[in-house]
Write a protein that binds this ligand. Structure first.
Ligand code: ADP
Ligand code: MG
Length: 619
């Protein structure tokens, strides 16, 4: 049989390589920026049109190329960065595969202008889909300008696969951030559709982070520095209270190269353990320096994943360095069993004077006040440490029901809060004579405290209060209900009824009374004491949707979920105006809670600002 194997023509091989190297406009941006850095530039300009679909141009002031090199740079495996296989183990450059320009030129219109310092004139080359259209001598500044137009012009499938301009631009900006963060000493500019998006001057690392992510970032950065034989770490982590729902402020650089590593990310997360709100992610901007010999960058065509010789050691060092920084900056509670637990204040107070979240409210406003003396609350031991939600129940187990089942029993929680509050703040009263609360935008409640002011999110704070109340009633099975004048009949689908059926007992413990639980109809004759009749159907619908969304796992607890859902439905909403009395009552009730600092879904309920903070702002 005849031989059938052929060598692929270069332009085909280049197109195939392009498939690996160039996924989208952002990949081109990354390769061109990296080439500019490898050319020792100190100022790099990125110009983008239509999210890179029409134009991506990078202009640098680096060392430029000779005429021959300019021509050769578009050949596959043409690189000035390595010569032998050994060089792969001592890489100081971003590139080394010699593939990027060849790949890009195979799938776009490329125009190169470049000039070296000592040359009078530069070189211009135009290439379309791997074939040279024009080569010339031109007048051009020192350095290189590479313009990539009509990306994927000859691969319609790839072009159609591109996402909207917004999405593609987002990817480009991400790459730009990564490169700019890895090189704070280099000035970077970016323009999109003619307007300036970034203008980053040469600076130190902190300034670079702040210039990219905004002035507010400055106060949240905690420096991390560590030097060991195998690893040098420098950079910042974000304070836990500023943690984000998204992961877009997470950066590792290894030897100035942005990398992704789920393993190292885990090290950071574990250093933050107990400090993070649910579903939020720590910010970090960390530079790791390791011996180039101890890593293999070659495992991924876009070089964002690398292999470390000794990952376990890096993990341990990284974790402890971050933990140390958080501890040093008084952010993480240090584990110390000898210590007085009263010192275990939430981390956000560590730096402040009069650290306990104290509130001083004129007691005469409170008609519920009585002379009972409560025990000292120990909420000082609560912090943002994440507790599996279900554990809250156990806080109440073993509590004796006091057997005072009056009609106003539900308010018991609030009475208790008041007492606690009383005993804690009584000394303060002599210090401040008048005390008031203020509602801002029907959303926040502001009140003065000894050290400055405290700002509560009314919706979240009330959720916390209601949640702990419901949980208590559910656990102690002692709720009181109010009789409805006429039974309330509500219709639900059969799956919804099944769900409600599973929760029936718990619902009864909150105060619901069902007279019938038929196929598709629920008849209710009693509701929990503080649930208005008009809210009942909304509340049950919300509950059903919460149960449906909650993936039952080991932490699943119907009781907890019910308490959360009801608290969410019934809590004072944002936008609701509150009377002075209501405002104060909410503040008091919140600080009678076991975990006043977070809502049932682990969001911050209040913040404080000290006089010192204000002083700084007025500087
Ligand atoms: P690699 O970066 O892996 O070497 P590229 O295809 O990206 O491969 O670039 C090929 C060569 O072209 C580089 O090795 C370098 O010598 C030269 N080159 C590319 N871009 C520039 C630039 N902006 N300034 C100077 N030389 C460049
Ligand atoms: Mg390159």
């Amino acid at each position: 049989m005849a031989d059938i194997i052929q060598l692929l023509p270069d332009h085909v091989a280049n197109q195939i390589a392009a498939g690996e190297v160039v996924q989208r406009p952002a990949s081109v941006v990354k390769e061109l920026l990296e080439n500019a850095i490898d050319a020792s530039s100190d100022s790099i300009k990125l110009i983008v049109k239509d999210a890179g679909k029409t134009l991506i141009q990078v202009i640098d002031n680096g060392k430029g190329m000779s005429r021959t090199d300019a021509r050769l740079s578009f050949e596959r495996h043409a690189t000035s960065k390595i010569r032998t296989a050994e060089d792969l183990f001592s890489l100081n450059t971003k590139g080394f595969r010699g593939e990027a320009l060849a790949s890009i030129a195979a799938i776009a219109h490329v125009e190169l202008k470049t000039k070296q310092d000592l040359d009078e004139l530069g070189t211009q080359i135009e290439i379309e889909g791997s074939s040279i259209k024009n080569q010339d001598v031109v007048v051009t500044p020192n350095g290189t300008s590479l313009a990539v137009k009509h990306l994927f012009f000859n691969i319609p499938a790839r072009r159609n696969f591109l996402k909207s301009d917004n999405v593609e631009l987002r990817h480009i900006i991400d790459e730009f951030h990564r490169v700019a963060l890895a090189h704070p000493d280099i000035a970077f500019m970016m323009y999109h559709n003619g307007s300036e998006s970034f203008n980053l001057l040469s600076s130190n690392y902190r300034q670079r982070v702040v210039n990219i992510f905004g002035g507010k970032t400055n106060e949240k950065l905690v420096p991390v520095e560590e030097e060991t034989e195998v690893l040098k770490i420098s950079g910042f982590v974000g304070k836990p209270e500023f943690s984000k729902r998204t992961k877009n402020e997470q950066f590792f650089f290894v030897n100035d190269r942005f990398i992704k590593s789920a393993y190292l990310n885990h090290a950071i997360n574990s250093a933050f353990e107990g400090l993070m709100k649910d579903g939020s992610h720590p910010s970090y901007f960390l530079n790791l320096k390791v011996d180039p010999k101890s890593i293999d960058i070659n495992i991924h065509p876009t070089k964002t994943e690398i292999k470390f010789d000794d990952e376990h050691t890096l993990y341990a060092i990284l974790r402890s360095a971050v933990k140390h920084s958080l501890g040093q900056f008084n952010i993480a509670p240090v584990l110390d069993f000898e210590r007085d637990t009263n010192l275990d204040t939430p981390y956000s107070y560590k730096n402040r004077h009069g650290a306990t979240p104290m509130v001083e409210v004129d007691r005469s406003f409170n008609p519920f006040r009585d002379e009972r003396i409560g025990s000292k609350p120990n909420y000082s031991t609560t912090s943002y440490r994440k507790e599996p939600a279900a554990q809250w129940e156990s806080l109440y187990v073993g509590l004796e029901s006091k057997g005072t089942k009056t009609d106003h029993h539900f308010s018991e929680v609030e009475f208790e809060s008041d007492q606690k509050h009383d005993s804690l703040f009584s000394e303060e009263k002599q210090v401040e004579t008048s005390q008031t609360t203020y509602q801002l935008h029907n959303k926040y409640i502001i009140c003065t405290i000894k050290s400055g002011i405290m700002i509560l999110d009314q919706h979240r704070a009330h959720q916390r209060v209601l949640y702990e109340g419901f949980l208590k009633h559910l656990t102690l099975k002692e709720a009181v209900s109010q009789q409805l004048l006429f039974p309330l009949a509500l219709k639900f689908s059969s799956t919804e009824m099944t769900l409600l059926g599973q929760l029936k007992e718990d619902l009864e413990h909150t105060g619901f009374v069902f007279s019938s639980f038929e196929k598709d109809t629920l008849e209710i004759t009693g509701v929990p004491i503080n649930v208005p009749e008009s809210e009942v159907s909304i509340l049950l619908e919300q509950l059903i949707s919460d149960v449906e969304q909650d993936v039952p796992d080991s932490h699943f607890s119907a009781t907890d979920l019910l308490a959360k859902s009801m608290a969410k439905s019934l809590a004072i909403k944002t936008g609701q105006a509150l009377t002075k009395f209501e405002q104060e009552h909410l503040v008091n009730s919140l600080f009678g809670c076991k975990a006043p600092s977070v809502s049932p879904t682990n969001r911050v309920t209040f913040i404080t600002m000290s006089v010192d903070d204000f002083d700084k702002k007025f500087m």
